[in-house]
Design a protein around this ligand. Sequence first.
Ligand SMILES: *[C@@H]1O[C@H](CO)[C@@H](O)[C@H](O)[C@H]1NC(C)=O
Ligand SMILES: *[C@@H]1O[C@H](CO)[C@@H](O)[C@H](O)[C@H]1NC(C)=O
Ligand SMILES: *[C@@H]1O[C@H](CO)[C@@H](O)[C@H](O)[C@H]1NC(C)=O
Length: 335
Amino acid sequence: MFVRCPRSKLSVWAALCVIVLCWLYIYPVYRLPSDKEIVNDVLRQGQVWKKNQTRIRLFRHLLKVCCNPRKMFAVTKENSPPGKVIWYDGELYHSRTVKNDTYALFVQEMPLQAPLKRCAVVGNGGVLKRSGCGRDIDGADFVLRCNLPPLSKEYTEDVGTRTHLVTANPSIIEKRFHNLLWSRKAFVDSMKAYGPSYVYMPAFTMKPGTAPSLRAYHALADAGSNQTVLFANPDFLRSVGQFWKGRGIHAKRLSTGLFMASLALGLCEDVELYGFWPFSVDLEERPISHHYYDNVMPYSGFHAMPEEFLQLWHLHKTGTLRMHIGQCPDANAAA
Ligand SMILES: *[C@@H]1O[C@H](CO)[C@@H](O)[C@H](O)[C@H]1NC(C)=O
Ligand SMILES: *[C@@H]1O[C@H](CO)[C@@H](O)[C@H](O)[C@H]1NC(C)=O
Ligand SMILES: *[C@@H]1O[C@H](CO)[C@@H](O)[C@H](O)[C@H]1NC(C)=O
C-alpha cells in the first residue's frame, strides 16, 4: 500500500511530458539573429544580386506540389461547387457549406492563367519612404499590394500607382468602413485608387470576416466597379502556412506579405519585393516608421516578421527572388 496509485502518477507524468513537448513544438528553443546582425548581413551582401533560374524553377515546383497556387489560390465555381464544405483556415473548427447564393459570387475559373513575367510585390514597410521605387514598381507586368495601402500623390514616387491585385482584410473593412453597415460610398470611392484590379479577400479565414467580405463584394458590384473580388481559398492559405512552418516559421499566422510573395513565386517568372523590411531602422541606421504611410504598430506575437524576413532574404541571396531595400537604383539618377 506504499505506492497507492502508480498508474495515475504515471499518467500525470505522461501528461506533463506531452505538455512540454507541445510547448517546445509551438515555442522551440532557438535563437533568432538580432536585428543588428540581420542589418549587418544585408549590408555585407550589398547590391549584389544574381538571378538563379534553376532555383526559381525549383521553388516554383515546390510551391506547386504543396499548394498549387495556379489552381487553388482563390475560391472559384470550379473548385467550390454548391454543397462543398469550406473549412475556415483561421478557426479551430468552423465550416460553411457553399450554397447557391454565395456560389453566385465566385468567379467561374481561376484568373491569372497566363504565365506572368515580372511581378512586383509591395509590402508596406516604412523603408519605402523616400525610396524612389515607384517607377520600378510600375514597370512590372503584375503589381500585388497588401491591405488596401494608400496610393495618393504624395506616395507615388516611392510606391507607384499601378495595381493588379490588392488584398483587403475584413479587419480593415471593419476599422475603416464601419464593416460596410452604413454608407458604402466611402469604400467604393477609396477603391478607385486600385483601378480595374483583383481584390483578394480572406473571406473564409475567420468566422466574423465572412459577412463584411460578402458586403464588400456587393458594394463594388452594385457600384458597377471594374474590380473583381476574389475570395482567398482557405485550403490554399492553410497549405502555404504549412509549407513555411516546415521551413521554420513559427508564427500563429503568416503575414499577408508572405502569402503574396508565395503566390507570386508560384505564378511569376521573376519576383521582386519592395517594402519588406520589418525593422525600426534603415540600412543607414536611421529610424523609420512602421509603414510608409503611418507608424501604427501591429499586435505583437501574431506574426513573426523577422523570421519571415530571413526566409525571404535567403531566397534573395540564392537568386530566387529579388528584394529591394532602401533606394531603387534609378532613384538617384532621376533625382
Ligand atoms: C543555382 O542554384 C543551383 C541549385 O542550388 C546551384 O547548383 C547552381 O550552382 C546555382 N547557379 C549559380 C550560377 O549560382
Ligand atoms: C441551386 O441551383 C441549382 C441549379 O441552378 C438548382 O437545381 C437547385 O434547386 C438550387 N438550390 C436551391 C436551394 O435553390
Ligand atoms: C473601368 O476601366 C476602364 C478601363 O480601365 C475605364 O475606362 C472605366 O472608366 C472604368 N469604369 C469604372 C466604372 O471605374
